[in-house]
Write a protein that binds this ligand. Sequence first.
Ligand SMILES: *Cc1c(COP(=O)(O)O)cnc(C)c1O
Length: 377
Amino acid sequence: MIPFVDLKTQYLSIKDEIDTAVLKVLASTQFVLGNEVKAFEEEFASYCNADYGIAVNTGTSALHLALLAAGIGAGDEVITVPFTFVATTAAICYTGATPVFVDIDPVSYTIDVTQIEKAITERTKAILPVHLYGQPADMEPILDIARRHGLAVIEDAAQAHGAEYKGQRVGSIGDIGCFSFYPGKNLGAYGEGGMAVTNNPEYAHTMGMLRDWGQERRYHHVLKGYNYRMDGIQGAILRVKLRYIEEWTEARRRHAAQYDQLLAKSGVGIPAVMPYSRHVYHVYAVRVPVGHATRSPQRDALQQSLQEQEIQTGIHYPIPVHLQAAYSDLDYKQGDFPHSELAANTVLSLPMYAEITPTQINTVGESFQSILQGVTV
Ligand SMILES: *Cc1c(COP(=O)(O)O)cnc(C)c1O
């Protein structure tokens, strides 16, 4: 069995350091925020080339606080993509603002920058690009549009720890960058976690208060805040893991290159790497052409055949947010975002994690060839 992700192998490779770090927190009883979280904020912000890091309980909370810090609320509009994890849209809705969708570019799967300006109204307050699968959105035109229209730019970097746009780490390119440390992310906690990074001291101060009940000091609540604090244990674990992220990212990139080579002639589309980007392959998604000679519908049949050969895959994401029942009140319909809809029907994510072996990747490649030729080994 080749799993889609394997959290255990990684844990075992750093077990001693992790166990020691966790025991240290238990002994210190700094269970919520505390010194380990503070040190992790500094280290992760520095990794992103940002001045400040605000550690929170989830990536969704980071997005929520970033939007609030940028002054977004009821009556405002925030431009984002429908081809993303639902949290991007949910965070906008938490503030009372309205998500306004722009389709993706079908090659990069990130926001189509040529379609942003026509979505801007007098209510628009921010653009929220998503660095999907670990590849940065095209930030230069986004920043340019934002500057001309006086909009904030909040990066959803939940899948893109260490990704670079023209040599600059994501998260510190827009006004605020938001990361998730959900266990399966490129930098994963052993529980939930998130962080907002920024170079803006006011945003940092506001988010720091909002995550901890809006307190300026204890029991002095100057803002209506939230309980979005990070656990001490997660901070300690993430500090250990941050020391390995470059090594793990390079491993992901090697695995992607091996997949690229194996699948180049298979008939499925391999992920495009934009000339501006350092892709960190949170997800390695191939594209199954609609008319390919496998069973129909092709993508789901391919996934099923791989499963029969004990290869686990995923679909990120099968239904774009504008077609989700929960967001039917946004009044979008089928056909509104054709590139997002086509991607939802044709992408397939292959096993990808730092510890997957070249032999396992070869096995995936061979299974692909045999299935696509209609022959099962
Ligand atoms: C994981 C993810 C989030 C949310 O992060 P959580 O830590 O699960 O709340 C937001 N946006 C994207 C694109 C994600 O992949």
